[in-house]
Design a protein around this ligand. Sequence first.
Ligand code: FE2
Length: 336
Amino acid sequence: MRHCDHHVPEAAAELGDSGEAQPQPFEVPPIAANEEVAVHEHLSPGLSHGIDMVYSWPRAMVNRNRVAAQADEAVIIRTREERELERITRPDVQAVIYSPPALPAWFTALAAAVRNGSFRIPRTILSNASADELRNWLGAHLPTGGLDPEVHAALQQDIISLVDRLGVTTGAVRFMLRILTGTPNTECGFHVDTVPPRAPTWGLMRLYNGAGTAYVDPSNVISMDAVYRYLSRRERLARERVAARDDPTASAHLERAIAQLDAERAFLKQPSDVHLAPAGSIVAFKHIDIRLHWSHHPTAMAWIHCSPMEGEPRLLVNVTAWAPGLARRGTHESAR
Ligand SMILES: [Fe+2]
């Protein structure tokens, strides 16, 4: 099974039941090199780096399932105030994008090491882990390639600070951390990220370098039905492209079909109105409980975003709280 940068593999939902004291790292195979072909020429013109407070209230959608009672007013907050990240706890806030006014100097050195390939980390997921366990794992396993000791230490601390922030705000004591370096490709288009059943639905993502993550304002979304129609078709085309990889003609046809689908963005009222969470930003955003994926849920419940399809390798970290119902330990632990 293949996954976007920060999709939760469905298997990860089972790991927390082990009650093991140590986090359970596993690697997800990287996307094939022959798919790292970027054809997304229509993405750039509409991108925006707007850093301000933006509120959007889309039309109420027709809800036909058990989440129908939840409000559909969706808000994305773009801010330079770090404390605003906490507003993701509000039901109507789909995402908070915090762009620091200035980035620490070590970001530049880290970006260079990721860009030139000296710092690499395979797609790794650590689930059902406490902050201390994550700290220990990072201390033992975070690659050092291409990084001066101070940069390596700063990166570790920065990742742990994401975990600590999530713990303080949610009260969670166990987490899922996803980390990878990867070259952008066209495997995934716009999508929503998922969390295991019953897990808290918001998490933090930090993109350390490279092209930013594209996203759309909820007021621009026609409906989640339209989003899922696009996503379903795109995933089918991507699967067909994998199956046809030894057939150049079929592959080229599918590549064009995917590019066209991405360019049309038929789920948007204004297809060119796409924004960008830039490198260095921290994004607090709503994930969808995997049980509600593909359902008629309100737009406010999940951030609709798209990783870049071309550009330099990027380092990405995503942290979510581990589902309280899945963890057997931790009642004695305190949030950090
Ligand atoms: Fe994602």
